[in-house]
Every structure is written in structure tokens, then in C-alpha cells.
Design a binder for this molecule. Structure first.
Ligand SMILES: Nc1ncnc2c1ncn2[C@@H]1O[C@H](COP(=O)(O)OP(=O)(O)O)[C@@H](O)[C@H]1O
Ligand SMILES: CC(C)(COP(=O)(O)O)[C@@H](O)C(=O)NCCC(=O)O
Ligand SMILES: [Mn+2]
Length: 896
């Protein structure tokens, strides 16, 4: 964990994306010790390297976040790389997950677990952790040095053994690129005792861009007429492309492959020119101030336009409108005016247009020269600024007559630093794919519209204090995005920016655009997805109207959620503080997304619901619904024996129907649905369950039950292995899903129950499930034998009701975690445990609104799939099924 260094950390006036070390989610596993014992890792002779020899998992195999011991790892490992440019210093650093003991109640026998893991075990060359992105002004190098020093980044972070033992960082080498790696090498040695190992700037830019384009799903986007659109990059069709890095100066690189590139051109008129000239010509003290000014500018007072020359007319013969700039700053020659006679706003806009347009044009010419159609723009000049991107895109589009496409990168300014980081040998990043990376947006950095800046937020208390400060100030915890779509003439010119907002989202808040990248090597693509490339988890696009609706739903639900969360932590004053901070943080995210829906990349409802859970965890609410879940589990387990008896008295066909009805009816217990929560005031759990069952009337809104039943009754083609993804705690799992699982077991079908890795609303987790199964097994031989066979019940608990030794062996009942902490599931990123279990499955059952309606309703799988849910939201029922709230869905999709 970060040291509690409030007050001692440097002030960071630049945007920073800081670690959230409040909770750990490591799933990194060490590679098999033998396989890496002799690996040589030293590509370029630098010392920082991970020595994985002898690596071993420390702790029990059940640990979700096992500590990895690297006995042969020298203490001076560096997890930091720098790009020291003419204007800005960019840092990329890696923090390993905090070693947090996980309380794991799972009763899986080690033997069974090993069986599962044998299938899933692989060697993970990269350790689980997080990549952070931070920048400083080069002119404030000292702040950067203070930052590195306070976090001991040059010594592997404050958690590293060398830091704790107070060892000297002799011989530590840090990868660095950019001119400053040469210029400031001595200062780094003097201040931090570290040597900078220089990496070639172009190598780094290309390595960084290639990594991002390969590993981050929504890294690249187009920006035309104010519209941002993410572009899916096909890995097999990435090269060649043109990379234009707009930093202080501009580098133009033709990229043909990994490590294959040529710097084909460049221009000295770049970001430094805009900022430098702008500073001289206006009173601006910061780059952002200058950019902000441009948003209120009118360049027609400064630029000579076609209309100025043609008496207000277009020069239509060559396609130039009257508002096209004929000559940047050209008008100032004819007026008898001094610099002070011009508005700084107009100057800034003229400058911005001149430089952006010029860069766009030169880039296009180079693309033309090499026959390239795609141009990626990076560098901090872009700064995610809508008008800058629109201007560049316009130039590329205009000159290429739509043939070439300008694309931008979310990690625009960090290409070089990432590339330098990549140059550490054997960190394993090269092997990472999109499914190993999860981007999160913690409130780790102070961000607010206005000018509040502050220290990096290392610990929970600091974060809470920040949120409180915002509230006290009555400041809106979001900064508006002032730019509307600029009006284009379509004829080679731009009108002025149409929106007149005057605040550029503060630099610190812009940090939210780039989150912390969590490296989770144990995530996998679900192997039963029919086509992972075209798979889209979200059923409905979160467009403007849809977002507005969910904004209201989630905002309305907040007070109740906070109350539950605070109660789950004992209702203490500390919990109340954290509850308030959580509410403000989540509201701030919502407000941010309202301003710019694409702020965090391509965002669907699944992401939004997960963001809420992540926010809770950020403020250390690990299970807001814990007592509700317990209460409902107990009440449901008490009536389970009667239900099982009732089911056992039915014939096969009636029983199947009763089971599916039971699942649908019990899915009503959903604490995320407002309508359902209102219902809970009207009766006990069992009363509501009975009422819900009584109301089950076929045909359901989607009713494939008969086809499913026929398939189940096919005696010559029984299923072998069913993956059953469960949803909510209480009646949902106990009275709905467990009896269904039992039906499969009694038919000789192996069952793997799939549950969340982390809590989300009232969802049952994989940790909680074995106890429930064990409880249920006390009254049911089928469940008991299967749970024993699956290692779910340890020996001591077996034989509770008579000796089962003489009974025939059962197929196993197992539990695996799905890798998620959300009410939805994205099958591109599931636990390797689930991926391994899926290999033998011939039936997948998805249950609940989150996992089978909000997500995956249209997903196709390689095995038979049954999607079961009660629709607990009127709008969704109308939108998806032209139906009503409490409609039921039983969608069966056999593969053949
Ligand atoms: N906060 C900032 N301070 C200074 N320049 C900034 C800032 N934000 C964006 N910029 C722009 O980014 C440019 C630097 O981009 P960058 O990619 O970091 O290049 P370099 O490596 O040359 O420093 C500056 O010249 C300026 O135009
Ligand atoms: C979060 C949920 C998807 C959980 O549903 P579940 O998967 O448990 O069936 C659902 O509660 C939901 O969409 N709630 C918000 C809509 C509402 O309050 O009407
Ligand atoms: Mn749920």
C-alpha cells in the first residue's frame, strides 16, 4: 500500500492518474517454477528485470490474489519508465497489487481445485498489477523527481523490500526516452541515485503505438464534426500506417510492423510553436489557459479569409468558401493595429487553426507519398481537444478527398513512455492481449472544474477529504465540455467554434480520460463464444436518450445504495463519510459521462453498472448487500426441503416446467430494480416468492420451453456438462437455480455453477456458494453426493445424513468464479478457471437480467444456450420485447 503520506507528498499541479491502492484484485499467477528457471532476460544489458526463477505462489491455492514470491528477484527492479520531452515529462509506472490476504471461505478440496487448475494452468509471464500514466511539465522537473522519490518508484514502489529495508538504490537503471533522458541524466543520478538508460525515441513511439493498438480495445477513434467514434482495429490489417506524433515538434513515421518503421518526415511547427507563440502573444500562464481562450475566439479578426479577398464571396471554382482561411494572420498586415488591439481569444484560435491545419496537411501529403490510408495522431498537443482534432481531421479529409482517415489515440501523449516501458525485457507486456487489460477510472486524482489542484491521492482518507472539499466548495465535481460541433463549410474552411463555453476541462479532470490499466493475466476469452471478434456484450447502445434514462435510474437509486453500503460497514461515522464520498464520486462519473459519453472509451450499460460497483470498492465497501443476502439465504434454505419434496413428487415433464418456472419466479429478488425493491415492502420473501410463482403464466414473452424440454428429454443425446451461471442470492439461487442444477445432476449431467468473483448488488459470489450448497446438501442426497464429488463439501461435512459410501458415484457439482464484479458479464474477459471449465460444456445457462438481457441477449455460443430472466424494468421490457415489467424470458438456442 502507499504510505500514508498526506502532507508530505509534492503538490502535483499537472494531471495525474494515480493509483487506487485501496483494494487489490490481483489474479497474477507465477509461471511454473521450472519453466522459467534458466530464462535469460537481459536484452539490452540493463539491470531492471524480473527474475522469475523459483517463483512460487505463496498462500493457499484457494487464494484469489495469491502473493507471488520471487526469491531470486533483486530488489532494484524498476517499474518505471520516462519520456522526458521538450515540454512534458511522461511517466508510466507499474504497481503490483497490494498483498492483501483474501478471506476465502470456499470449501473446495485441494484435489478438485487442482484438477480444475491443471486444465487452466499456464505460465503467466507478466505479473498482475496496474499501469499508471502521469505527466509533469518539463520545466518543473523537481516536482517529478519529488513524485518519484515520494512513491519510491525508482525502487519498485513503497512496497518493495528495498524500500522497507532502506537499501541504497545503487545501480538502478531506469529506461528513459526523449531528449531529456540525455539532458537530465546527471540530475537523476544526483537526486535519485539512478542511471537513465536511453532508449531511442522513435523506437519507443512506435512500440508504444503498436502496443496500444493491439492491446487496448477502444484505443483509436475518429473525430469529425464534433463526433467521436471508436475504431475497431483488425490486428491482421494494422500495417502499414502513418504515425504523427505532435509534441513540441512533430515526427512523422511510416510504421510497417513491430520494430519496422521509418521516420519519413516531420515539422518544427508543432505543439511547442502553438504554446510558445501563444504565450508571447497573450498573457496566458498555462497551455490550458491558451486552449481555453481559443474556445471564445473569432479568427476572422486576424486571419485573411477568402471572403476578405473576394469581397465576401466564395471562390467556388476551386472549392473555397468565403470563410476559408486564405492566409493565417494575414489580416493583421492591413490594419493599423498593435498586438494589444487584438483579443487574446482571437489570437489563440488563429494560432490553433494555423498549426492544426498545417499538421493535418503535411500528414496527408506524407500519407499520399506512401499510399497510406490511416494516420494516427499522438502527442500532447492534441490533448483530447475536440476542436484541435476536428481541425486536423478536416484537413486530412479535405485534402485527401475523404480517402485518408485521421485517427486519434486515447493515450495520445504516452506513446514514448509506454514504448520505453516496453523495452524492459521480460515484463511480458508483449504477450498481453485486450482481454488481459481492464481499464479503471478511480477518483485517484483531484479533479474538478475550476482550479483546485492538490497532491496525488494515495490513500482512502485523502480521497475522501478531496470529495469533502469539493462539496464544501459547492463546486460542481465535473468540468463542462464546452465544445460543440464546429460548423464546417464543407469547402476547405471552418466556421468559428459554435459553442461558447469558457472552461476547458481542467487538466486534472482530463486525466479521467486515461484510466489505470489493470493487468490481469488470468483473464481469458470465453472459449464457447461463437465469434469473439463480432461479440458485443451490451444489448442496447447507450446513446444519448438511453444514457439519460440510466442516469436518472442510477441517481435515484443512490441514496438507498449508500444507506445499505453504510449499514454493511456497521453504520459508523467513518462508514458514513465513505458513503458520502462514494455517492459524490459516482455522481461525478455520471456527470462526466453526461458531458462526454465517450469520455472513458466505448461505454455500455454493463460498464456503467460495473463502474458503480468499482466506486463502492474504491471507498472500501466490499459487500453492500451482505446482510440482505444472508437473511434471504436463510429464509430460502428453510423452505428448500419442502420445495424439493414437491418437485420430487412430480413426473419428469411437469417437474421440468416447475423448475424453469421456479427460476423465473425467483429472479424477482433483485435489489438493483426499483420496482422490485418497492415490492419487498409488501410481504416476506417467501410470500413474494409464492406470489411470483402463482403469476407465472405461459406463454412467456419469449417462450422456448417446449423446445428445451424436448431436448432435455432426448434420451439418446443427454447433455454431459452444464455451465450454470447464477445470479442473485436468496430465493433466486436457493429456490430457483439449485433445484435446476439438481435436476441435471440427477440426470447424470456434470454441473459447474458459475458465480461472480466479487459482490455486485445482491448477487451471490463464488465464495459464498459452497456454503449454501453444503447447507442445501444436508437435506438432499443428490446435491450432497455431487458436491462431494466436486470437492465442494469437505470430508468433515460429508455423511451428515447417513453414510453414502455404498451409493453409486455421482457426477460432480462444482463452483467456479467468473472473473467479474458486476451484475453483467462480458464474455471477452472471464476467469481462466471459467474458461477451463467451459471446454467440456455442452450447455450454457445464463440467468438474470444483467447477464442475459442487458448483456448477451444476442450473443451466440458454440454450445446450446438457455437464457432465463424476469424483466424487472418497464422500459427495457418495452424496448426489447414490446412487453411489460415482470414478463419472463426463456430463450433456448440450440447449436444444431
Ligand atoms: N499542460 C501542458 N503544458 C505544456 N504543454 C502542454 C500541456 N498540455 C498539452 N501541451 C501541449 O503538448 C506539447 C507537448 O507534447 P508532448 O507530446 O509531451 O511532447 P514533448 O515530448 O515534446 O514534450 C506542448 O508543446 C503543448 O503544445
Ligand atoms: C442491475 C440489474 C441488471 C440486476 O438484475 P439481475 O441480473 O439481478 O436480474 C437490474 O436490477 C437493473 O437493471 N436495475 C435497474 C433498473 C431499474 O431499477 O428498473
Ligand atoms: Mn443480480
Amino acid at each position: 500500500m502507499a504510505a500514508n503520506n498526506s502532507g508530505s507528498e509534492p503538490r502535483i499541479p499537472e494531471d495525474v492518474t494515480l493509483e487506487d491502492e485501496a483494494e487489490a484484485e490481483a489474479k497474477g499467477k507465477a509461471p511454473a517454477a521450472s519453466s522459467s528457471a534458466t530464462t535469460t532476460m537481459n536484452r539490452s544489458g540493463s539491470r531492471p528485470q524480473l527474475d522469475l526463477s523459483g517463483a512460487a505462489i505463496h498462500g493457499t491455492l484457494e487464494d484469489r490474489n495469491p502473493t507471488i514470491l520471487l526469491p531470486n528477484q533483486s530488489d532494484d527492479i524498476s517499474h518505471l519508465a520516462l519520456d522526458i520531452g521538450g515540454s512534458l515529462i511522461k511517466l508510466v509506472y507499474f504497481s503490483r497489487h497490494a498483498d492483501q490476504p483474501t478471506e476465502d471461505k470456499r470449501k473446495l478440496s485441494t484435489k478438485r481445485r487442482l484438477e480444475i487448475f491443471t486444465g487452466a494452468r499456464r505460465s503467466y509471464p507478466v505479473l498482475g498489477g496496474r499501469l499508471h500514466f502521469v505527466k509533469f511539465e518539463t520545466g518543473k522537473l523537481n516536482e517529478c523527481l519529488d513524485f518519484i522519490s515520494s512513491k519510491q518508484l525508482h525502487r519498485g514502489g513503497v512496497d518493495s523490500p528495498s524500500w522497507r529495508s532502506g537499501a541504497q538504490p545503487d545501480n538502478i537503471v531506469i529506461k528513459a526516452t526523449g531528449g531529456g533522458a540525455f539532458k537530465y541524466a546527471d540530475l537523476f543520478k544526483e537526486r535519485l541515485g539512478v542511471s537513465l538508460e536511453k532508449e531511442d525515441e522513435m523506437d519507443c513511439l512506435v512500440a508504444g503505438a503498436n502496443f496500444l493498438l493491439k492491446a487496448i480495445r477502444h484505443e483509436a477513434f475518429t473525430h469529425m464534426d464534433g463526433q467521436k467514434e471508436y475504431v475497431q482495429i483488425d490486428q491482421n490489417d494494422l500495417f502499414p500506417y502513418l504515425l504523427v506524433n505532435v509534441g513540441s515538434g512533430v515526427s512523422i513515421i511510416k510504421v510497417d510492423g513491430h520494430g519496422k518503421f521509418q521516420r519519413v518526415s516531420g515539422t518544427n511547427v508543432g505543439g511547442g510553436t502553438y504554446w510558445g507563440l501563444g504565450r508571447l502573444m497573450t498573457e496566458c500562464k498555462s497551455f490550458d489557459e491558451l486552449l481555453e481562450l481559443s474556445q471564445r475566439g473569432d479568427n476572422s479578426t486576424i486571419d485573411m479569409l477568402v471572403g476578405d479577398i473576394y469581397g465576401g464571396l466564395d471562390y467556388s471554382k476551386i472549392g473555397l468558401s468565403a470563410s476559408t482561411i486564405a492566409s493565417s494572420f494575414g489580416k493583421t498586415i492591413s490594419d493599423n493595429k498593435e498586438l494589444s488591439d487584438y483579443r487574446p481569444e482571437d489570437i489563440s484560435l488563429s494560432l490553433l487553426r494555423m498549426i492544426s491545419y498545417n499538421i493535418g496537411q503535411i500528414s496527408y501529403l506524407n500519407a499520399l507519398r506512401y499510399g497510406l490510408k490511416r494516420i494516427f495522431f499522438g502527442g500532447f498537443f492534441i490533448r483530447g481537444h475536440a476542436y484541435t482534432m476536428d481541425t486536423i481531421s478536416f484537413a486530412v479529409h479535405f485534402w485527401s478527398k475523404g480517402e485518408a482517415k485521421a485517427m486519434f489515440l486515447r493515450h495520445e501523449g504516452f506513446l514514448g513512455a509506454l514504448g520505453a516501458f516496453m523495452s524492459y525485457e521480460k515484463h511480458g507486456l508483449d504477450d498481453l492481449s485486450a482481454h488481459h487489460l481492464v481499464e479503471r477510472f478511480p477518483m485517484g486524482a483531484p479533479y474538478v472544474g475550476g482550479k483546485i489542484h492538490g497532491p496525488p491521492l494515495g490513500d482512502l482518507n485523502e480521497k475522501i477529504s478531496w470529495m469533502e472539499k469539493f462539496v464544501q466548495k459547492g463546486t460542481q465535481i465535473t468540468a463542462p465540455v464546452p465544445m460543440g460541433a464546429p460548423a464546417t463549410t464543407g469547402m476547405g474552411g471552418f466556421e468559428r467554434p459554435t459553442s461558447k463555453g469558457d472552461i476547458l476541462r481542467s487538466d486534472a479532470s482530463a486525466a479521467l480520460n486515461v484510466g489505470v490499466l489493470h493487468l490481469v493475466p488470468s483473464l481469458d476469452v470465453f472459449p464457447l463464444l461463437e465469434d469473439p471478434k463480432t461479440y458485443e456484450p451490451n444489448t442496447i447502445d447507450l446513446d444519448h436518450d438511453e444514457f439519460k434514462y440510466w442516469f436518472t435510474i442510477l441517481s435515484d437509486h443512490l441514496p438507498d445504495l449508500v444507506e445499505k453500503a453504510v449499514a454493511s460497514e456497521g453504520g459508523t461515522d467513518d462508514a458514513k463519510r465513505r458513503g458520502d464520498a462514494f455517492a459524490h464520486a459516482f455522481s461525478a462519473h455520471l456527470a462526466r459521462l453526461t458531458e462526454e459519453p465517450a469520455a472513458y472509451g466505448k461505454f455500455g450499460l454493463a460498464n456503467l453498472l460495473e463502474l458503480r460497483e468499482e466506486c463502492l470498492r474504491e471507498f472500501q465497501f466490499f459487500d453492500a448487500y451482505v446482510s440482505i443476502k444472508q437473511r434471504e439465504n436463510e429464509a430460502s434454505l428453510a423452505v428448500l426441503p419442502d420445495l424439493l419434496m414437491e418437485l420430487d413428487s412430480m413426473d419428469e415433464e411437469d417437474r421440468l416446467l416447475a423448475l424453469i418456472e421456479g427460476v423465473l419466479a425467483a429472479n424477482i429478488f433483485d435489489w438493483g430494480s426499483k420496482a422490485c425493491v418497492d415490492l419487498y415492502n409488501q410481504g416476506t420473501i417467501i410470500e413474494i416468492y409464492r406470489m411470483s410463482r402463482k403469476k407465472m403464466q405461459r406463454p412467456w414473452r419469449i417462450d422456448d420451453f417446449d423446445t428445451f424440454k424436448s431436448r432435455m428429454l432426448k434420451k439418446d443425446q443427454p447433455y454431459k456438462s452444464a455451465l450454470i451461471s447464477v445470479d442473485n442470492a436468496g430465493a433466486d439461487v436457493v429456490l430457483g437455480m439449485l433445484p435446476l442444477a439438481r435436476e441435471f445432476l440427477r440426470r447424470g449431467v456434470e454441473v459447474v455453477l458459475v458465480a461472480n468473483s466479487l459482490p455486485a448488488l445482491n448477487d451471490i459470489t463464488a465464495n459464498e456458494l459452497p456454503e449454501i450448497v453444503a447447507e442445501a446438501a444436508k437435506h438432499c442426497g443428490i446435491l450432497r453426493k455431487a458436491a462431494e464429488a466436486g470437492g465442494l463439501i469437505v470430508d468433515a461435512m460429508a455423511g451428515i445424513q447417513g453414510d453414502t459410501k455404498d451409493e453409486p458415484a455421482s457426477v460432480p457439482l462444482m463452483v467456479v468464479e467468473n472473473g467479474c464484479g458486476s451484475p453483467c458479464i462480458d464474455f471477452r474477459q472471464v476467469s481462466s478457471e471459467l474458461a477451463a471449465a467451459a471446454k467440456d460444456a455442452d450447455l450454457l445457462i445464463l440467468e438474470g437480467m444483467g447477464r442475459s438481457l442487458h448483456t448477451n441477449l444476442n450473443a451466440r455460443f458454440k454450445c446450446d444456450a438457455l437464457k432465463l430472466a424476469m424483466v424487472k424494468n418497464q422500459r427495457l421490457a418495452e424496448k426489447l420485447f414490446n412487453g411489460n415489467i415482470y414478463d419472463c424470458i426463456c430463450k433456448f438456442e440450440p447449436v444444431s
